[in-house]
Design a protein around this ligand. Structure first.
Ligand SMILES: [Zn+2]
Length: 412
């Protein structure tokens, strides 16, 4: 009997000020307040934040509010960021000697250095953050009111052909590995490297994918070449992620995912984490930026003995060609495009904050995530949708990767 009385009340609470589909009315006076509450309730995971790189090079103190850059713990809390993945980025110059002209080795040691750096940053901020290496830990830390800092490694070079080193990286807390970065490495080809040395995965790379599945390491296909992507998705027995990528439909570059890749990733059960770098969002921003970099490179080379002349020429170029930017509305539109293509269960956020130059107007730093939630709600997304995009999808994939590992790692 009680059931019949309680049920309509429960429905009423769930639909409070939302229509029967759960959508909010953006014109309602309490829309902003409701949007803020929905943002707060969803566990927000961002799979790619390059702050370790910035700390290495600029020695910034992320405990306090910084005037520039994208991440610090103060702004992250304002933005409701619950679980940032700090990128353990290993530059291609540390790749195995012989894989390209600049490769000099030392990748494993460099990864260890960055992991130690992340450990010390989190220890120094123990009042507000703790390290997490599983979705359960993320949820426990977040429930205790702290930020759960996770680690993903950008570039698989530190594996150095050794499953033992891979296991050490896993023990240290790395939970996804971006197979490569800017250059073809000992695992696979990069989207940025025009040589396409291996036509996809190397022989080692083909053995590595099942091993990553077996130990419970998420496979990250951001940065890889198309051939690498298609071979990896064929081999992977567990869902994969694109930790920080854009959409090729709007920004035509191999670094971004084509529609068919996105659909295939969804079919694999994986998740595409949308990147906020303006360069990766539209051709209108990316192509002029590319031309600007090329111009700068060419005058820096031509006037290498006269840097003042080079600087003056570049300044003149910038006056003649003001850099266009994009905005948060375009980001919301593109996320909506990706959701319509791949489904609500396969899209998330991997900003690449502190790893990119220009970011869209309205998404200037980690304090601005709530504005994106608001935009998506205004487009008709529900609280349940926001929960998925803002972190639920990534946590689901991570759990599936863990489950696959526990079923297949008897000989760990
Ligand atoms: Zn990257």
């Amino acid at each position: 009997m009680k059931k019949w009385i309680l049920l309509p009340i429960a429905i009423f609470i769930a639909c409070d000020n939302a229509d029967e589909t759960g959508k909010l009315d953006p014109k309602a006076p309490d829309f902003a307040e409701k949007a803020a509450a929905i943002h707060r309730d969803a566990v927000l995971v961002d799979t790619h934040i390059d702050i370790p790189y910035r700390i290495t090079h600029e020695n910034v103190n992320v405990s306090e509010r910084l005037e520039d850059g994208h991440f610090d713990f103060v702004r992250a809390r304002e933005g409701g960021l619950n679980a940032p993945f700090f990128a353990v980025y290993v530059s291609s110059k540390f790749n195995k000697p012989g894989t390209d002209a600049d490769a000099r080795g030392g990748a494993f040691a460099e990864a260890m250095r960055v992991i130690d750096l992340v450990d010390s940053v989190v220890s120094a901020n123990a009042g507000v953050a703790a390290l997490a290496s599983s979705p359960d830990e993320v949820e426990r830390i977040v429930a205790n009111g702290k930020m759960a800092v996770c680690m993903g490694m950008e570039n698989g070079a530190p594996i150095e052909g050794s499953f033992k080193k891979l296991r050490t990286l896993h023990q240290k807390g790395i939970r996804y590995i971006t197979l490569t970065h800017a250059k073809d490495n000992h695992i696979c080809d990069s989207s940025y490297d025009k040589r396409h040395t291996n036509k996809g995965l190397t022989a080692f790379g083909k053995k590595l994918i099942p091993e990553l599945n077996r130990i419970g390491m998420m496979v990250d296909i951001s940065h890889v070449s198309d051939e690498t992507f298609w071979q990896a998705i064929e081999l992977s027995q567990a869902p994969m992620i694109a930790s920080h990528s854009g959409l090729r439909t709007f920004r035509h570059m191999e670094r971004n995912m084509s529609d068919s890749m996105l659909v295939a990733l969804a079919k694999n059960g994986g998740v595409f984490q949308y990147c906020f770098g303006s360069f990766f969002i539209t051709d209108e921003v990316g192509i002029p930026a590319q031309l600007r970099y090329e111009f700068k490179d060419s005058i820096d080379t031509r006037y290498k003995d006269d840097p003042q002349k080079a600087a003056a020429l570049y300044e003149h170029y910038l006056e003649e060609h003001p850099a266009p930017n994009t905005d948060i509305d375009e980001v919301a539109r593109q996320i909506d495009y990706a959701v319509k293509l791949a489904g609500i269960d396969h899209i998330g956020i991997g900003s690449d904050f502190d790893g990119v130059g220009a970011v869209p107007v309205g998404l200037e730093d980690v304090s601005k995530y709530p504005a994106l939630t608001k935009k998506l709600l205004a487009l008709g997304y529900t609280a349940a949708d926001i929960k998925k995009i803002n972190g639920g999808n990534l946590l689901r994939v991570w759990r599936e990767v863990e489950a696959h590992s526990s079923q297949h790692s008897a000989t760990h």
